[in-house]
Write a protein that binds this ligand. Structure first.
Ligand code: FRU
Length: 446
């Protein structure tokens, strides 16, 4: 049976299950996207790092396994982490996860590579006494002439927190205490990240509501604060906002590319265990994907996530339409559907894949619905938006990313239409210009 769910511009594993993007970096002329990977089966029982490489951010090659859980301090998983390039070496930091009859124990591990092919495990350190062993996902960045490492943590009262370490040489790390704490971080905080915009910094965090007795995640999402690092801790100026308002987005990671842009990828899934069991790609031996890369900018105090110019440059316009009702068909291509509103849109409706997904705007509310592949019920995500000026929907074979007002809001989701050829439609009374393009990517990814 042909797999009509295979995405073209969303990175998918050759087999097995992918989760968090890890070790984002640019090394020896190539972009590196490592990732959490169970290469053996479509479940979470095994974790190693796999690796994708690209020269242009458009075509990617999967290089197989990079870091394996083959030592005592990572016996139960090479968990998430980050990478930096220093002194011509790729320095990678990950969490070694171990489990025994005494419980869980985490180690923060350093790995080095000189050629991007051989990865050598170097050193590690353990969790400080004032935090539990839910201590993981080191994010390393250079700030104020020092290397900083944030770690997603839990304090002894089972509350989510973020720990800070610093280092002069990327090898010896000194615990500096709590970088940020808030009830918003729930019972555990995964995958912290920090973006430095000079005057201000943005802190990303993934709070988890956990069942602490059973050690299972109940619900989690990814959010951000805008604020400032002051005296080794983060002071937020804003409330905690979600990074993406769709169904499938978690564990985002960022890094600065050689052009100075802040690029972000995330894991494109928030599926429950039941949804994973029933995930339609499972029969083809793989599960999940990453989001497209986005450029993150801070403009007039507003965080924007923009589609990359590399992708926009690959637009081949198919049709321009000014009418109230536009119907178009999708075969194997990736489509980009863009709407520029000439006056403020008061309402519109978009129906994708014969109603498998709908996006409706009315009374300043944007409502995204998708049909569940579990029970065919419609699931909904709602956001309030005062004014919509622009809409951009990247429509891949089973992934959708919808950018509103140049990335002021983004909604990402997986969808699994029944038929390979899909009919989409857009309906709107307000004066607008709709542009349908296909995104031309040379080779297939993955
Ligand atoms: C987030 C996460 C991380 C962990 C990794 C394990 O999705 O739970 O906290 O390091 O996945 O795969």
């Amino acid at each position: 049976m042909k797999n009509h769910y295979k995405n073209k511009i969303h990175l998918e594993p050759p087999q097995g299950l992918i989760n968090d993007p890890n070790g984002l970096s640019y090394f020896n002329g190539e972009y590196y996207v490592f990732h959490q990977w169970n290469r053996f089966s479509c479940n979470h029982t095994y974790k190693e790092w796999g690796l994708f490489k690209s020269k242009d951010l458009l075509t990617w090659e999967h290089k197989g396994s990079a870091i394996l859980p083959d030592s005592q301090i990572d016996s139960h998983g090479v968990y998430s982490g980050s990478a930096v390039v220093a002194e011509d070496k790729l320095r990678i930091f990950y969490t070694g996860n171990t489990k025994s009859k005494f419980g869980r124990k985490s180690y923060q591990c350093l790995v080095e590579s000189e050629d991007g092919q051989t990865f050598i495990k170097k050193s590690s350190f353990e969790t400080p006494n004032n935090l539990t062993e839910h201590h993981r996902d080191p994010k390393v960045f250079y700030f104020n002439n020092t290397w900083h490492m944030l770690i997603g943590s839990q304090n002894l009262n089972d509350r989510g927190t973020i720990a800070l370490y610093t280092s002069d040489n990327l090898e010896e790390w000194h615990y500096q205490g709590i970088f940020f704490e808030s009830p918003k971080l729930e019972q555990m905080c995964e995958c912290p990240d920090l973006i430095d915009f000079g005057e201000q910094q943005v802190l990303l965090a993934c709070p988890q509501k956990r069942n602490v007795f059973e050690d299972t995640a109940i619900s989690s999402y990814s959010g951000y604060y805008i604020g400032k690092i002051v005296n080794q801790s983060f002071q937020s100026f804003t409330d905690f906002s979600s990074v993406d308002d769709g169904f499938d987005f978690y564990a985002p990671q960022t890094f600065r590319d050689p052009k100075g842009r802040c690029l972000m990828w995330a894991w494109m899934s928030r599926m429950s265990e039941q949804e994973e069991q029933a995930c339609p790609t499972k029969m083809f031996g793989y599960m999940h994907c990453l989001t497209m890369p986005r450029e993150v900018v801070l403009e007039n105090g507003v965080l924007l996530q923009k589609p990359l110019e590399e992708f926009l440059n690959q637009r081949r316009t198919l049709e321009i339409d000014y009418s109230n009702w536009f119907i178009f068909e999708q075969k194997e291509d990736v489509l980009l559907f863009e709407v520029d509103f000439f006056e403020t849109a008061t309402k519109f409706q978009m129906e994708l894949a014969e109603g498998n997904v709908t996006l409706t705007y009315r009374n300043n509310q944007l409502s995204l619905k998708r049909q569940s592949w579990l029970d065919n019920q419609m699931q909904a995500k709602l956001i309030k938006i005062k004014e919509i000026k622009k809409l951009q929907a990247f429509i891949d074979q089973s992934s959708l990313e919808i950018f509103i007002n140049n990335g002021e809001k983004v909604m990402s989701l997986r969808y699994f239409p029944k038929t390979p050829n899909k009919v989409h439609q857009f309906n709107c009374d307000t004066n607008h210009k709709a542009t349908l393009s296909k995104i031309e990517i040379g080779e297939e990814n993955g």
